[in-house]
Design a protein around this ligand. Structure first.
Ligand SMILES: Cc1ncc(COP(=O)(O)O)c(C=O)c1O
Length: 397
């Protein structure tokens, strides 16, 4: 009997893998070296990197690196236990105070990743009997948080405020409601209509869970994110962010009221049952946050690179809509064609893997180009020339 179950399980795994392969949706890990910079090595070949979220180049910033090394020397490499046991390094308090200040909130709580922050935050704010209304193109970690929460989960068309309003009108009036959205959508590069969302939340007495993973350090004055970009201050908006993208390191956070933070640290299982972050990661986040705030020059360069690339890509005949940010998707459609595009770019010295379902909706496989402040004009020109050559070969332009 046990033998038969084992055999059936293995044959199920094999047939699932074969199916993914047939559909051009099989994922594989590719070993690379040096990905914190604008170039990386793959199979001994140097490639230009245009798919990193290290928007400000802080993952490789000399002062940030030196801070991490010094923290390792004084504090060691690991936390040794969860935060509620003995892993709560004094650096957490400092970092959480700075993050709360950065987001203009009472408090903040750091998680080991943005993914864990989203599972925790959404499950804390919505549960059985409650209603979650979520944008169709939200990041997978938000979708997982919504599913895990046990709340009724409805999806509105991407940025469709009329449909959202309809869903709000139809709900039970006593139903606790959470609207969940990315700030910058990670695969489209467009920005959520936060002013309209905020007004709807006000009108219908809802809360908003805002995932600012890609907006932190990038959008708004001092890179303070989507609320700051729209000059919004609404206590109904719970702001989540990551330390892993523009801040160059690892981790996530939720900024909100003291009450929310106290609740999360008592109830959020992804927070409670995991070893705390290494002190060097916290020290790095502190210095990176300081650089992100004072890094107007870096941010200006990031937006200059973005505007230049987008303008020239359009001139070549690519449709880069709806991107408004350093995330610029080139939509291809079929997964096999997107893979071919990526492989041909690799031959030209450019590294941008194809993004396929389920990360993006079926039929919208794409190359997700992302710009960094530290890309040079020569590097961007090399990308544009390669896109022109491969785009013409594949009859995309
Ligand atoms: C919009 C969005 N939210 C959350 C996450 C998860 O963040 P982290 O990588 O820190 O776990 C990501 C990561 O890709 C993301 O793009």
């Amino acid at each position: 009997m046990a033998q038969k179950i084992m055999k059936n399980t293995l044959s199920h795994l094999k047939s699932e893998i074969a199916l993914l392969n047939r559909k051009n949706l099989l994922r594989k890990l590719v070993p690379v070296e040096g990905a914190a910079s604008t170039t990386l090595q793959r199979d001994g070949k140097e490639l230009l990197l245009f798919c990193s979220n290290n928007y400000l180049g802080l993952a490789n910033h000399p002062e940030v690196k030196a801070t991490a090394i010094a923290a390792i020397q004084s504090e060691g490499v690991g936390a040794g236990a969860s935060r509620l046991i003995s892993g709560n390094s004094f650096l957490y308090q400092k970092l959480e105070r700075q993050l709360a200040f950065f987001k203009s909130t009472e408090s903040a709580l750091v998680f080991n990743s943005g993914y864990m922050a989203n599972l925790s935050g959404i499950c804390a704010l919505a549960g059985k009997g409650d209603l979650i209304l979520a944008d169709r193109l939200n990041h997978a970690s938000l979708v997982d948080g919504c599913r895990l929460s046990g709340a009724t989960f409805r999806i509105y068309r991407h940025k469709d405020m009329a449909q959202l309003k309809k869903l709000l009108t139809r709900r039970r009036t006593d139903q606790k409601t959470l609207i969940v959205t990315d700030g910058i959508f990670s695969m489209e590069g467009d920005i959520a209509p936060l002013s309209e969302l905020s007004a709807l939340a006000e009108e219908y007495d809802a809360l908003i869970y805002l995932d600012d993973a890609h907006a932190t350090g990038v959008l708004g004055p001092e890179g303070r994110g989507t609320c700051a970009h729209f000059n919004l201050s609404n206590p109904r908006i719970i702001q989540m962010g990551t330390l892993s993208k523009a801040l160059g390191g690892l981790g996530g956070f939720i900024a909100g009221s003291d009450l929310l933070v106290r609740y999360l640290l008592n109830k959020a299982r992804p927070f409670i049952y995991t070893t705390a972050l290494p002190p060097s990661i916290l020290a790095t986040a502190l210095i990176a946050l300081e650089w992100a705030c004072k890094g107007d020059d870096l941010r200006k360069q990031l937006w200059k690179n973005t505007d230049y690339f987008r303008r020239e890509a359009v001139r070549l005949g690519f449709d880069v809509s709806p991107s408004e940010t350093p995330i610029v998707p080139l939509r291809i459609g079929a997964s096999d064609k997107a893979i071919l595009f990526s492989e041909k770019l690799m031959a030209e010295g450019i590294y941008v893997p194809a993004v396929r379902p389920p990360t993006v909706p079926a039929g919208t496989s794409r190359l997700r180009i992302s710009l960094m402040a530290v890309h040079t004009k020569e590097q961007i020109n090399h990308l544009l020339l390669s896109l022109k050559k491969v785009g013409r070969e594949l009859r995309l332009i």
